[in-house]
Ligand binder design. Structure first.
Ligand code: GLN
Length: 242
C-alpha cells in the first residue's frame, strides 16, 4: 500500500456484475473506511486499461458471452499479471473465477484460454446447473468461519496440483467435481463460486483481503451485528430441505 491509501479495483463492472457482485466492492470499501483507511476505488470498464498499482482487485460473475469478452480483454490487457507479480490480492467470483484459471468453455462451446493466475481448469458440467444455497468449511489455514453463499453455474472446475481448495462444501456443489471442494486459491489470488454477494454474507473474507493488503495479522473490530444476523438467516436457509 502506498501513501496510506488502499487502492481497490473493481474489474469490468460493464461485463461482470450480473449477480450483485458490486456488493463485494462496497463491503471492502466500507470495512476499510471503518478502520480509518483512505480508500481509492477504481471501477475499470472493459474498454479501459487495468491499473497495475492496485492493492485489491475484485472480479464478479457473468453470463457466458460477457465472460468470453472479459477474458479476451483481460488477456490482451495483460496488466493483472503484473499486479499479482507486484503482490496484489485478487478475489474473483464464478465467471471471474473461471477466467483466472487456465481455461474454460465459452458461449460458443470452445475452450477459451484464461489468465492462468489460478491453477484450475473449468469445463462445462454435463449434469444439472448448480443452483442454490451453499454452506462450506473454509480451508483451516485461512482461519475463517464457515462460508455461506449462493451458487449459480454450469461450469465445473478442476484444481491443479498447486491450487488449494478455498473451502469444503457441507451443502451445495461448489466446484461441481463431486470431491466436495469449493473455489480455489494460489497465494493471494482467490476464486469462489459464491454469489450473494459473498463478502456481504462473509465479511471476515473481506477482512482477510484487507489484512493481506495491509500486511497485518489483525484489524480493529467493528460492529458486525447486522452481518451476523444475515449469516445466521442464510445458514438456516441453506439447511432447509430442498
Ligand atoms: N457462465 C459461467 C457458468 O455458468 C459462470 C456463471 C456465473 O458467473 N454465475 O459456469
Amino acid at each position: 500500500m502506498s501513501d496510506n491509501q488502499l487502492r481497490l479495483v473493481w474489474i469490468y463492472p460493464d461485463l461482470l456484475s450480473t449477480y450483485g457482485d458490486q456488493g463485494n466492492a462496497l463491503v471492502v470499501e466500507r470495512r476499510a473506511r471503518q478502520r480509518g483507511l483512505d480508500v481509492a476505488r477504481l471501477d475499470v470498464r472493459s474498454d479501459q486499461p487495468i491499473p497495475t498499482s492496485g492493492d485489491i482487485y475484485l472480479i464478479g460473475g457473468g453470463e457466458d458471452r460477457p465472460q468470453r469478452l472479459a477474458a479476451e480483454r483481460l488477456r490482451r490487457d495483460g496488466h493483472l499479471h503484473r499486479a499479482v507479480e507486484n503482490g496484489a490480492i485478487v478475489f474473483s467470483v464464478c465467471a471471474g473465477y473461471q477466467i483466472l484459471g487456465h481455461e474454460f468453455i465459452n458461449d460458443l462451446g470452445q475452450r477459451e484460454p484464461g489468465l492462468g493466475l489460478l491453477d484450475v481448469v473449468s469445463v462445462r458440467g454435463e449434469g444439472e446447473r448448480c443452483v442454490g444455497d451453499v454452506l462450506a468449511d473454509i480451508d483451516p489455514q485461512l482461519g475463517l468461519p464457515q462460508l455461506t453463499g449462493f451458487e449459480n453455474h454450469q461450469g465445473v472446475t478442476h484444481l491443479g496440483a498447486t491450487a488449494r481448495p478455498f473451502a469444503r462444501t457441507l451443502i451445495g456443489k461448489g466446484n461441481g467435481t463431486g470431491d466436495g471442494t469449493e473455489g480455489a486459491y494460489n497465494g493471494t489470488v482467490f476464486g469462489t463460486y459464491m454469489h450473494g454477494p459473498v463478502l456481504a454474507r462473509n465479511p471476515q473474507i473481506a477482512d482477510l483481503l484487507l489484512k493481506l493488503a495491509l500486511d497485518v495479522n489483525a484489524l480493529p473490530p467493528i460492529d458486525d451485528r447486522w452481518y451476523e444476523a444475515l449469516r445466521t438467516e442464510r445458514i438456516a436457509a441453506a439447511q432447509q430441505p430442498a
